[in-house]
Design a protein around this ligand. Structure first.
Ligand code: GDP
Length: 296
């Protein structure tokens, strides 16, 4: 599978960072995701049709950024617990008037435990009661010291309502991504991670995935957790269909026999036969595990 590492090294190309937004309820995660999406949707005219595929891409200074648009820690934690982390950078949103709250701390500890870099967005800066220094002081107490206070974390004041600071936030993300030298090999078989999935009328099982490595094509034989199939369609976040997609691209895929779980990993195999054999092995393993539990 992971053939000739040296050849792969030569094939590595820069890929967009994948971002997850976390923070306390009502601090503005959804508003921020909406604001970023409507202000900078990649390759699209403003107001164009969009399709929910679990994540979207925006473009800034000619570079793409992928945002997972299911806010909250569930998806993040679920993926991490399955070892299928899709996130490169976490944005911790803190409302400037409210300050640090229990879920802010929880989000920070999840992020640190996963070893993922974080950027703090101090939101609701348009409010009269906004107190960004208070946010900085509170976070410094729990080990997240702002860079302009001598620490190692970038803090960006923003307002999801007015759009203030959104450009700064995107630029800060791109700087962090540059330091990380995120790369992938578009010339290999795809690996992807499921961020969400559902059963949809007219389509059957639909998995919203983000490509981690390689290129996924219509017609590829895939196994996704306990499910499998042949890719029938790839739908992008602008509602269009693609024949193939590369690293860090989010898309909805159609063609699986059942609905996979969030955090499941998608792997491409050469033949339909190999896919079925592996799926059967996985099912057997599950039956054996269930049996050993029931006889304990
Ligand atoms: P979430 O629970 O973190 O996703 O938060 P939401 O995005 O749903 O926002 C919670 C509330 O805060 C809503 O009433 C938003 O309109 C409001 N809100 C979000 N961002 C801002 C902002 O930048 N300024 C102000 N004044 N209100 C905001």
């Amino acid at each position: 599978e992971d053939h000739d590492a040296e050849e792969d090294e030569a094939n590595l190309e820069e890929r967009p960072p994948v971002i997850t937004i976390m923070g306390h309820v009502d601090h503005g995660k959804t508003s921020l995701l909406d604001r970023i999406r409507t202000s900078k949707v990649a390759d699209k005219e403003a107001g164009g049709i969009t399709q929910h595929v679990g994540a979207y891409q925006v473009e800034k200074n000619g570079k793409k950024i992928t945002f997972v648009d299911t806010p909250g820690h569930e998806a993040f934690t679920e993926m991490r617990s399955r070892g299928a982390q899709a996130t490169d950078i976490v944005i911790i949103v803190v409302a400037a008037d409210d300050g640090v709250m229990p879920q802010t701390k929880e989000a920070i500890s999840h992020t640190k435990a996963a070893g993922v870099p974080l950027i703090v967005a101090i939101n609701k800066m348009d409010k009269e009661s906004a107190n960004p220094d208070n946010v900085k002081a509170q976070l410094s107490e729990i080990g997240v010291m702002a860079a302009d206070w001598g620490g190692e974390y970038e803090f960006v004041p923003v307002s999801a309502h007015t759009g203030m600071g959104i450009d700064d936030l995107l630029e800060t993300i791109l700087l962090q991504a540059e330091v990380m030298e995120l790369k992938a090999n578009p010339n290999r078989k795809a690996k992807a991670v499921v961020v969400e999935s559902s059963l949809e009328k007219g389509f059957g099982p639909v998995a919203n995935v983000i490509i981690k490595n390689g290129t996924l094509h219509v017609g590829d034989n895939v196994i996704v957790g306990k499910t499998y199939g042949r890719i029938k369609a790839i739908k992008l976040d602008d509602g269009s269909n693609a024949k193939e997609i590369g690293p860090s691209t989010p898309a909805a895929i159609v063609g699986l026999n059942e609905v996979p779980g969030a955090g499941d990993e998608l792997i491409v195999m050469d033949t339909d036969k190999e896919v079925r054999e592996l799926a059967e092995k996985r099912a057997e393993y599950d039956r054996a595990k269930a049996l050993s539990k029931s006889t304990k």
